[in-house]
Write a protein that binds this ligand. Sequence first.
Ligand SMILES: [Zn+2]
Length: 198
Amino acid sequence: MLHQKVDQDLSDRKNWALRRQLGIPNNKRLWVLACMDERLSVEKALGIGVGDAHIFRNAGGVVTDDAIRSAMLTTQFFGTKEIIVINHTECGMMTASGDFISHFLEKKGINLDQTSIDPALPELKLSSGVFSKWIKTFVDVDETCVKQVELLRNSPLIPDDVVIHGYIWEVETMRLRSPYERLSEKVNTAEAMSGKGL
Ligand SMILES: [Zn+2]
């Protein structure tokens, strides 16, 4: 009967539009923390589509106050059971230090002492000297990825049963890999192939 298909379509549309009100989680019950870099498509990297995940992106794909805020909400209230962190090679956050960025802004006349970091919450201020750390630049993408997973695991605001993993997106191969699993370094010389190189 055709009406069954129409009724199903109407029901699907209602469940889509009223997901949060009805307590329906995203399709994969997944929250993703990823860098904002334009060479990383979270959907393509993970093979997911519209409706599959809550996706949070910032410079570096690092744990920040708003990352924790969003992760807390999705895991505590929206049915999310899994977190995936995606950092990537050639990330802009490895091209300068926090001190360099601070000095750059100060030279432009911006006062970084007691900086208010949220215009909608002026009482949230950084203590003197913390701005450079708040920028969260890093020097090693593998180390950073492992660290972000650890920070999320250790957050008291995220339930202990949430499964958390981290991966590196290689912009040079446009593929994901696990931290420290640099296959490209193991295939080019005899020394590397014998296992002595790494
Ligand atoms: Zn990046």
